[in-house]
Ligand binder design. Sequence first.
Ligand code: G3P
Length: 214
Amino acid sequence: MEFFIDTGDLNEIKEAYSWGLIDGVTTNPSLVAKAGVDQKTLIKEISQIVDGPISAEVISTQAEGMLAEAYDLAKIHDNVVIKLPMTKDGMIACNELSRNNINTNITLIFSANQALLAAKNGATYVSPFIGRLDDIGQTGMQLISEIKDIFDNYAFTTKILAASIRHVDHVKTSALIGSDVATIPYKVLAQLFNHPLTDSGLKKFLEDHAKSMK
Ligand code: G3P
């Protein structure tokens, strides 16, 4: 399973990359706004830290504008993946980009049928938003499971990128279902290391070692 970090914060990216866990990065307009720099500068800087797929999202809502933005963003680095919304225009843009061998990530996926449409249009990744479904009382993980079954049924090569991950159990369940990728916020990535028995066990080992040295 690949891990992407879901952030526009360069310090978070650098630190998580140093842990050896990061295969790629996802951003979105909210994360870019939080970073406080323009998208192209940010994506260029990320590409100098991480050697892996970096998702950059278009802002246009019409296919023509999406494509113009996409070709511009794709020039930044070979690792740039164009993030497009799950709309009719997003699908038109996805189809053209796929035919031109530009990688795509279809975002704001909330149903298995939306993921099916993206796969049929040649998307490289689909991003089901787990946490936002949980927020409205649905079960985000059920969606990952349905998409996995559909993609397996037809041997689609589109990768499932579990997004909107809010806690460590989302990561575990995504892995159990067989999601190809999870894009994880820094805070959740850091929490993956933790277990209270690891902490208390290490404390005891160090205390016993100190006693043996007296
Ligand atoms: O990058 C898209 C996604 O991960 C957003 O997550 O927490 O804003 O629902 P969230």
